[in-house]
Design a protein around this ligand. Structure first.
Ligand code: ADP
Length: 191
């Protein structure tokens, strides 16, 4: 099963993707996690991405497209994958289309978790406080406001892109976590 999880920062994509990863034995591919690992390892990509991420902007499309293209070639993606945090704008979605058709892969579904913007800031600041690894650099109130603006402007249109292809499933991300998981599983059973 080849899936995309879409939703604003704090919508619960990561948590839900981890649960679906276990149920369907397909890896969750989080561009945010991969980029943070690159920053920590001080690779060329990491050095390029560090300041951009800290202020909540998007790293260049060719960087993330390259990372995903390499990653989905790996053996553990043979049965599918969950893209989490990618594509994040329409140009990335178009690049993904080209990449997947070159590899003869097609997407099964795009799961969008919808959450009211007012709830998101509270959720993320709470997550930052509770994090055992310490807060992320971009979990300050200022960077967070910026990430939400970037989402509205650049990422929200990605949902329309996939709605046009008939594979978008929008679910209510404001429900209890277990209920959201149940709804995702139900939606996936239909495909
Ligand atoms: P969140 O969903 O909480 O904003 P992520 O971990 O998905 O967090 O992403 C953190 C940061 O990593 C983003 O703000 C952006 O700078 C960078 N990033 C992640 N994925 C992409 C992507 N597909 N394109 C560009 N930048 C990305």
């Amino acid at each position: 099963m080849k899936l995309i999880f879409l939703g604003p920062p704090g919508a619960g994509k990561g948590t839900q993707a981890q649960r679906i990863e276990e149920t369907f034995s397909i890896p969750q591919l989080s561009t945010g996690d991969m980029l943070r690992a690159a920053v920590a390892a001080e690779t060329a990509v990491g050095l390029q991405a560090k300041d951009i991420m800290a202020r909540g902007d998007l790293v260049p499309d060719e960087v993330v497209v390259g990372i995903i293209s390499d990653r989905i070639e790996q053996d553990d993606c043979a049965n599918g994958f969950i893209l989490d945090g990618f594509p994040r704008n329409v140009a990335q979605a178009e690049a993904l289309d080209v990449m997947l058709s070159e590899k003869s892969i097609s997407l099964d579904a795009v799961i969008e978790l919808a959450v009211d913007p007012e709830v998101l800031i509270g959720r993320i600041l709470k997550r930052a406080e509770e994090s055992v690894d310490g807060p992320r650099q971009d979990d300050t109130e200022e960077a967070l406001q910026h990430r939400l603006q970037v989402y509205e402007k650049q990422t929200a249109p990605v949902a329309d892109f996939y709605a046009g292809k008939g594979i978008l499933r929008t679910l209510d991300g404001m429900q209890e976590m277990d209920e959201v998981t149940a709804q995702i599983k139900a939606a996936l059973q239909e495909i």
